[in-house]
Design a protein around this ligand. Structure first.
Ligand code: ZN
Length: 397
């Protein structure tokens, strides 16, 4: 691996559009973004030059909600989903991922989740995790939620805590508020987000619990990152009301976008983001995550299991592309949802921006089609011209 890489003549989105620039990468970090950058070390350092003419350079994608060690199981043991491979992530531009458990916190636990996060990190990307699962009381690795967040480097919050769902553990208001309080203080004490990632179900109670915590306690909206906000129109409208009060809301992307809109009555992500922007809500207030490797069970009106699919990490870029191509949302706005907005709400200081001092996580997209071409993770070219360069331990070229 070259210690120094110069990406030449890319249209740089920081994510704010900064014009055609070079990006100088040294030791895994962005050293400079500018015009005609010189990288002359007198021959004592290997310098790799990468021509990015006709390409958009955007920050590497951050997936804030992925079942990295597998999830599911809601249709019985045979429906447990497989874990994510390095390829699933890097070939879709994801250079940072946050792992979560899901419904099953009996046959899956924090030890296994953290082991998987460490494995992905060793293979070349950046990985974090939420402590806990759908269920309350939160099942942690240490003896407390606060200790997990404060003392385990990879743990940046708690979740996905399930509410308004028949699969939820039905936490009371007091239980739910206590989780947010503990996560908040543990986050303050350790310089982390201490975010509460909340799984929203389909029920009429919608955002009820989050709304009450924001309005009845001193805990601010910024403590929460509710996900699956686009699962139905009524829920989405409720989420928009709180986004006006400063809540960041997380859309779940879809691989088969038409299916989920027409058959399952979801709010199409690009339409939802358009609506958020049209209401005058800040473009900092939305994120998109993949729910990758999670099972996507279909239930009938009686809550009975009907069939199953699996979440794919490829949906992140697909949804951003739809925002640009279908809704005319500028790339520099749309891409915030999978880069800088995620880094801000999760307080990932070195992530999500193409600026000097930030981690060299970079995606190069074809300017016209927005197809993913090249991916750099922590300064290493992991995908080049659509060809995977770095492989997981059990993957082959
Ligand atoms: Zn969920």
């Amino acid at each position: 691996m070259a210690m120094v890489t110069v990406i030449r003549n890319a249209k740089v989105y920081q994510p704010e559009y900064a014009g055609v620039k070079d990006i100088l990468v040294m030791n895994g970090k962005i050293a400079a973004v500018g015009e005609n950058l010189k990288a002359d070390f007198g021959g004592c350092v290997e310098v790799e030059e990468l021509d990015a003419e006709g390409m958009a350079a955007v920050p590497g994608f951050i997936d804030s909600h992925e079942h990295i060690m597998g999830g599911g199981g809601e249709g019985g043991f045979a429906t447990r989903t497989p874990e994510a491979n390095l390829k699933d992530l890097i070939s879709n531009g994801i250079t940072t991922v946050v792992g979560c458990i899901g419904t099953d916190s009996v046959a899956r636990d924090m030890t296994a989740l953290l082991a998987k996060a460490h494995a992905l990190e060793a293979e070349g990307i950046t990985a974090y995790a939420y402590t806990g699962s759908y269920r309350v009381p939160v099942q942690t690795l240490t003896d407390s939620l606060m200790k997990d967040i404060m003392m385990l480097d990879k743990v940046i919050g708690v979740g996905e805590v399930a509410v308004s769902d028949h699969r939820s553990s039905q936490p009371s208001f007091e239980e739910f508020a206590r989780i947010a309080a503990d996560a908040r203080v543990a986050g303050m004490l350790s310089g982390k987000a201490g975010i509460v990632n909340v799984h929203l179900g389909d029920s009429a109670r919608k955002m009820d619990l989050i709304e009450r915590v924001i309005h009845e306690t001193e805990i601010p909206a910024s403590q929460f990152l509710p996900t699956h906000v686009n699962r139905n129109a009524a829920l989405f409208e409720n989420c928009l009301e709180l986004a006006k009060e400063g809540l960041t809301i997380d859309f779940t992307g879809n691989e088969d976008i038409d299916y989920w809109e027409t058959i399952c009555d979801e709010v199409r992500v690009c339409r939802g983001i358009r609506r958020l922007l049209d209401l005058g809500i800040s473009s900092d207030r939305f994120t998109i995550s993949s729910d990758g490797q999670g099972s996507m069970p279909v239930f009938n009106a009686a809550g009975e299991y009907q069939g199953i699919g699996i979440g794919k990490a490829s949906c992140l870029l697909k949804e951003v592309r739809e925002c640009v191509q279908k809704e005319g949302i500028p790339l520099e706005i749309a891409v915030k949802g999978i880069t800088s907005n995620v880094a801000s709400v999760l307080k990932l200081g070195a992530k999500g921006r193409l600026k000097a001092g930030f981690d060299a996580d970079i995606c190069l997209l074809a300017e016209d089609t927005l197809e993913l071409k090249t991916v750099m993770a922590r300064g290493q070219l992991v995908v080049r011209d659509g060809v995977q360069q770095v492989f997981g331990t059990f993957e082959r070229a």
